[in-house]
Ligand binder design. Structure first.
Ligand SMILES: Cc1ncc(COP(=O)(O)OP(=O)(O)O)c(N)n1
Ligand SMILES: Cc1ncsc1CCOP(=O)(O)O
Ligand SMILES: [Mg+2]
Length: 227
């Protein structure tokens, strides 16, 4: 909303431009706490809690522990969908979809300091988000590629990432089907922040996986620098 919240959001990607999202089903033998601790130990500083198949009470208990953990690492905790949960655990903000509460209502509920992200899947939705530049802090752009993590959503493609790069007035996070073999194309299309859910959460070593993912970003930077 304010330049302050946008700055706080962008600053958190200074070292690792990866937005972390929880997914217990991609690491069935680990707790959400272990998953997030690994993300934080690997340098991630923005974590979204996204657990669809959990009770409200379990979500609350898990988020309470994550609030303390993310706080200890100076990281941001965002909640997917549930504004009430974000308020209850004093999260830094929420990520909402096109079918959730309208962003203006979410802003009224959470106040000026909260970070609010909104999913977009088309040029029309991106342009509507541009008109909300005083209400929301960033947008999601995706699914870039088809993904089992969101099986019913159609891919928007790299062209939409390029469009976001050129036309979004808000910081954007590219998401959906981004893996070691596709991440380079997403950076090439103009994304600065990416989200890798299943491949990261299921990795044997999250730290190694992040290094592997970031190799393409470094290659891109060297390439741009020497051009
Ligand atoms: C960073 C980011 N981008 C997009 C989404 C998708 O959110 P939404 O459209 O609400 O869909 P669900 O995640 O609820 O299935 C996201 N969560 N995070
Ligand atoms: C939550 C969400 N929103 C758009 S795609 C997606 C899932 C991304 O998961 P993965 O990185 O495993 O494809
Ligand atoms: Mg959602």
């Amino acid at each position: 909303m304010s330049t302050h919240t946008k700055h706080k959001f962008l600053e958190a990607f200074q070292h690792v431009p990866i937005y972390g999202i929880t997914s217990k089903k991609d690491a069935p033998h680990r707790t959400v706490y272990d998953i997030v601790r690994d993300m934080l130990e690997s340098g991630i500083r923005v974590v979204q809690y996204r657990e669809k198949e959990t009770t409200g009470l379990e979500r609350y208990k898990e988020c309470l522990t994550l609030r303390k953990l993310t706080y200890d690492y100076g990281a941001l905790l965002l909640i997917d969908d549930f504004v009430d949960l974000a308020l209850a655990v004093k999260a830094d903000g929420v990520h909402i979809g096109q079918d959730d509460l309208p962003p203006e209502q979410v802003r009224k509920l959470l106040g000026p300091k909260a970070i609010i992200g909104l999913s977009t899947h088309s040029i029309e939705q991106l342009e509507r988000a541009n008109a909300l530049v005083d209400c929301i802090d960033y947008i999601g752009v995706g699914p870039v590629f088809t993904t089992k993590t969101k099986p019913n959503a159609s891919a928007v493609g790299l062209e939409y990432v390029q469009y976001a790069r050129q036309h979004s007035q808000l910081p954007f996070v590219a998401i959906g089907g981004i893996k070691t073999n596709t991440i380079q194309s997403v950076f090439d299309a103009g994304a600065s922040i990416v989200c890798v859910v299943s491949e990261l959460v299921s990795a044997r070593s999250m730290e190694d996986k992040i290094h592997e993912l970031m190799e393409s970003k470094h290659k891109l930077m060297e390439h741009t620098f020497y051009e």
